[in-house]
Design a protein around this ligand. Structure first.
Ligand code: SF4
Length: 329
């Protein structure tokens, strides 16, 4: 395998909350990222999956340095971006972009599509008037819209068309890496498929690397080469989409995948008990033990470590590192 395009080394992102914990007088801390490490490779689509509150969106924003990590390192093509000066960050941000779930919120409603696509070029002082116009025309065409859209306002477009414009405004800077944060979640299924196919086409043309953040496993399985499953700020399983999709190992991943309906297979659904625990007061030991159907006594007190099942496939669960114990009731 080639050298990683992006590498996260033991990244933490903690938020202090003003309110005090009900259990002690200390300010409570939400560990949105709690020792996250993984690598992305050039040209791949890497899926980050988990429930709302698992830390996946925070991870995307910390990689882009839109949020500052509490500790840890993030290497972009071998350079630690967490040490960048403001000027270095501004220059680097041309290469890295983000597309959000709700393009209606991310596109300026008072500006035309042409203005929206022109703005990033102006901010980064790219090209002259003629070359900017040429780039805007090329980009609007690449996202499957014609030039008549340039004079319109976001509210005049459908949800799918708005997301195409949001993608165009990321593409206009010729980025290398795009975080797609729930980028198709708000769209109808048929429009989702169109946008995913568009992203695949653009990935080839622009040699893009994607971090694809979603709670929708169907979409992630369709689109991504590899997947990492997050739970309470930690990666619990990471591997190829094929490996995890066909035989997930971590009980949380098993439960998530068992909830996907299959027309041809009558699979038993593994229930996921309860809600995601309060991230400012996570369970001791394995953070998943309060919901895990396979929890053992040791899971309540001993935190599992990352276990490499084989090259490129890791699971964080005692089931794969310890002798079986009695199951807790
Ligand atoms: Fe379940 Fe224990 Fe594995 Fe955690 S470590 S996922 S509680 S079996």
């Amino acid at each position: 395998m080639s050298a990683p395009f992006i590498e996260l080394h033991n990244v933490h992102k903690h938020y202090k909350q003003n309110r005090r914990s009900i259990f002690d007088d200390q300010p409570s801390v939400v560990k949105a990222m709690n020792g996250v490490s993984f690598s992305l490779y050039e040209g791949e689509s890497f899926g980050l999956v988990g429930e709302s509150g698992s830390g996946k969106s925070t991870t995307g924003q910390v990689i882009l340095q839109l949020l500052k990590q509490t500790s840890g390192s993030i290497y972009y093509q071998g350079t630690d971006v967490t040490t960048f000066t403001k000027q270095q960050l501004k220059s680097w941000r041309k290469k890295v972009q983000i597309v959000f779930q709700d393009p209606y919120a991310s596109l300026n409603p008072k500006k035309t599509i042409e203005w929206i696509l022109h703005e990033p070029l102006e901010i980064h002082h790219i090209g002259d008037k003629a070359s900017r116009e040429e780039k805007i025309l090329e980009t609007i065409h690449d996202v499957g819209l014609d030039t008549s859209f340039l004079d319109r306002f976001p509210h005049e477009l459908s949800g799918g068309q708005r997301q195409r414009v949001a993608i165009a405004s990321a593409l206009v800077l010729d980025p290398e890496f795009i975080v797609i944060d729930e980028g198709v979640s708000a769209l109808d299924v048929s429009v989702q498929a169109q946008i995913l196919n568009l992203l695949t086409k653009l990935q080839k043309k622009y040699n893009l690397t994607y971090l694809f953040i979603s709670h929708d496993l169907n979409v992630v399985q369709y689109f991504c080469d590899r997947i990492a499953i997050m739970y309470l700020g930690e990666i619990v399983e990471l591997g190829s989409t094929e490996d995890i999709g066909t035989n997930p190992k971590h009980p949380y991943a098993e439960a998530l995948f068992s909830a996907i309906p299959h027309l041809d297979v009558d699979e038993e659904r593994i229930p996921l008990a309860g809600e995601l625990p309060d991230p400012s007061n996570p369970p001791t030991g394995c953070p998943f033990h309060t919901r895990c159907a396979k929890a053992m006594d040791s899971c309540k007190s001993v935190k599992p470590v990352v276990h490499t099942m084989r090259a490129g496939y890791q699971v964080t669960c005692h089931l794969y590192t310890q002798e079986p114990e009695h199951q807790t009731s």
